[in-house]
Write a protein that binds this ligand. Structure first.
Ligand SMILES: NC(=O)c1ccc[n+]([C@@H]2O[C@H](COP(=O)([O-])OP(=O)(O)OC[C@H]3O[C@@H](n4cnc5c(N)ncnc54)[C@H](OP(=O)(O)O)[C@@H]3O)[C@@H](O)[C@H]2O)c1
Length: 239
């Protein structure tokens, strides 16, 4: 763990501004806490479904309005998208084809892929032209090449779609915002609300450990890594 008062994001400008989307989640809340305690950060804003402004991945208008509300101030040097859905009261990851439901597949794609696509659309204009990093939390189970176990159709496919959207945006941004680095990142297994029903409490590490590992990797990112799918430890993952 970083000692209290120890600088975390050494390659961002002093007084950098950070935005965490999905700040009510286990990982998102930890990112907000760590970045706010970084002596080099100037301002850290956390958005979620009940923040002001609120942001809901299934409501495009909320994303447009949140971006407009934040657009008047200084641009962001770091944006971390930590919202995502694996299960809720009506949705559990599918074990077999007969578990597939159109409504659940649509919800997974809506939250895990279409929402982040609209975050790219509405929030990239808020990035600093001095240099910025935009991180989308993906999942290794979204890797097509690494899929050995099957199951979890909606979550896997929606994260694979997220990876394609991030990669595609990175190509456009290389041209239009050369200082921006955008990546998809696998946080590793983290003890969280999302992982709890699947043994996350036993298999996962604490969010504080995971977020520090991710921030080290994010801080060290080079522009040529934009568009990659990386693990928390900076290993390139197969698409
Ligand atoms: N934990 C792991 O082991 C693990 C492994 C691989 C990848 N990930 C990824 O890491 C990210 C964070 O996961 P976590 O473990 O921190 O999960 P979590 O504690 O369940 O947090 C999920 C976050 O997503 C938000 N969210 C869900 N549906 C939303 C919607 N429609 N609109 C806006 N926000 C929505 C939640 O908001 P509410 O509080 O309003 O529900 C919450 O802020 C996810 O993308 C997940 O897929 C996690």
């Amino acid at each position: 763990m970083a000692a209290s008062g120890q600088a975390l994001m050494n390659l961002l400008p002093d007084g950098y501004r950070a935005l965490v989307i999905g700040a009510s989640g286990t990982i998102g809340a930890e990112f907000v806490a760590l970045l706010a305690a970084d002596p080099r950060s100037g301002e850290v804003i956390g958005l979620h479904r009940h923040s002001f402004p609120a942001i809901d991945m299934q409501d495009e208008q909320s994303m447009a309005a949140a971006a407009t509300a934040l657009s008047g101030s200084t641009p962001f040097h770091l944006v971390i998208h930590a919202a995502g859905l694996l299960h809720d009261a009506d949705l559990m990851p599918e074990k077999k084809l007969s578990d597939l439901r159109a409504s659940n597949l649509m919800k997974s794609f809506s939250v895990n892929a279409i929402g982040p696509a609209l975050v790219l659309r509405y929030f990239t204009p808020l990035l600093s032209s001095e240099g910025s990093r935009m991180i989308f939390l993906s999942a290794k189970v979204g890797s097509i090449g690494d899929n050995r176990l099957g199951g979890w159709y909606g979550y896997r496919a929606s994260k694979a779609a997220l990876n394609m959207l991030v990669k595609t945006a990175s190509i456009e941004l290389k041209r239009t915002m050369p200082g921006a680095i955008v990546i998809a990142m696998h946080p590793g297994t983290v003890n969280s609300k999302l992982s709890k029903p699947f043994g996350g409490e036993v298999k996962g590490r604490p969010a504080g450990v995971a977020c520090l590992e991710m921030l080290q990797t994010i801080d060290a990112l080079k522009s040529e890594q934009s568009g990659q799918f990386l693990s928390y430890s900076a290993d390139a993952l197969p698409w």
